[in-house]
Design a protein around this ligand. Structure first.
Ligand SMILES: [Zn+2]
Length: 104
């Protein structure tokens, strides 16, 4: 199984920045109690350090979720449409992540 490192996660961010067509955020890792990640509109993506220990598919979901927020700030219809076009099985990944208790 592919192992996550800071580097592989940053590469994943880069790949999806290009695919989605948003500006590349700066990436930082932190311990976060209640969130897997957050993104600010001035271009800072904060990722929970614990993501390093999760399956790659879930890390990818979290990254795409946050990057799509640069296009849509909420979780409405448009957000869901983007998610479905980028990650067709995103709802399954979300369920797996939600089962791990933190809110994405
Ligand atoms: Zn969100």
């Amino acid at each position: 199984m592919k192992r996550n490192t800071h580097e592989t996660i940053k590469e994943t961010v880069q790949t999806w920045v290009v695919r989605i067509g948003v500006e590349k955020p700066s990436v930082q890792f932190r311990s976060m109690r209640k969130k897997w990640a957050s993104i600010s509109t001035n271009g800072r993506l904060t990722l929970n350090k614990e993501l390093l220990n999760l399956p790659y598919s879930l890390v990818e979901y979290v990254i795409v979720h946050e990057l799509v927020h640069l296009l849509v700030p909420n979780h409405g219809k448009l957000y869901k449409a983007y998610m479905s076009s980028y990650i067709p099985d995103w709802q399954d990944r979300k369920k797996q992540l939600d089962a791990l208790t933190k809110i994405g």
